[in-house]
Design a protein around this ligand. Structure first.
Ligand SMILES: Cc1cc2nc3c(=O)[nH]c(=O)nc-3n(C[C@H](O)[C@H](O)[C@H](O)COP(=O)(O)O)c2cc1C
Length: 209
């Protein structure tokens, strides 16, 4: 089993990475493979609503989003991390999530019903608003949302600060163990004939008809 952890920070090995690394190390101890996937620091386009993904089964912009969706096929669980920028996920992470989830829904459905969690790093405030924002993408793809013993946030301005946030570190460790437990439960269910619900054709209304 493998978990893909997305680092939505412009810093490859900053605070968000430090939080994700704790989750990854905990998963490894539970014999679950991990990969930390950095979205990079180059400008990322948002979704332009062109609908090309419904024909191409991938995003029309061939960048880290398509790299992620390719990797997602072979993964069983996900963690999406973002630093807090003005009490929200970063602009790049928002663009990444819009395009990754839209093109996955239009394509391979590699995210559908796989367990996932969200994580934030912030210096001081805006974490819960950001967690709420990030969880919206997960619930749209019917992903069981994995929780911890508090909200999944770490605090700091540097990776060293994050490691000093002892409560934040514990929250990440508990999150890793909860994710491992859920993945093993799902695997055991599958081995015993418990299948996923059938995916229904979507009813799509827009409030006027
Ligand atoms: C543009 C920008 C906006 C920020 N806004 C907030 C904020 O609203 N609240 C906060 O606590 N920290 C804010 N910060 C600080 C970062 O969230 C914090 O340092 C974070 O841990 C950095 O994570 P990283 O090293 O993974 O990028 C902001 C930083 C930047 C660059």
């Amino acid at each position: 089993m493998k978990v893909l952890l997305v680092n939505g920070s412009p810093h490859k090995e900053g605070c968000t990475y430090t939080a994700l690394k704790i989750v990854a190390d905990t998963l490894n101890k539970e014999n679950i493979e991990t990969e930390i996937f950095w979205i990079g620091s180059k400008p990322l386009s948002g979704c332009i609503g062109c609908g090309a993904c419904f024909k191409m089964h991938k995003c029309v912009f061939n960048d880290v989003v398509n790299e992620f969706t390719e990797k997602a096929k072979d993964c069983d669980g996900f963690v999406f991390g973002s630093p807090v920028h003005y009490a929200s996920a970063t602009g790049a992470m928002t663009s990444f999530m819009d395009r990754a989830f839209m093109s996955d829904e239009a394509g391979n459905r590699s995210l559908l019903r796989k367990p996932a969690a969200v994580v934030t790093s912030s210096r001081r405030a805006g974490a819960t608003a950001t967690l709420d924002q990030l969880q919206k993408w997960l619930s749209y793809s019917e992903m069981p949302i994995v929780s911890s013993r508090y909200w999944n946030e770490v605090h700091g301005y540097t990776p060293e600060d994050v490691l000093k946030d002892k409560e934040g570190v514990q929250i990440m460790e508990v999150l890793g163990r909860n994710m491992a437990w859920l993945l093993k439960c799902i695997q055991s269910g599958k081995n015993n004939g418990i299948l996923q619900p059938k995916t229904e054709t979507k009813i799509f209304t827009n409030f006027i008809r």
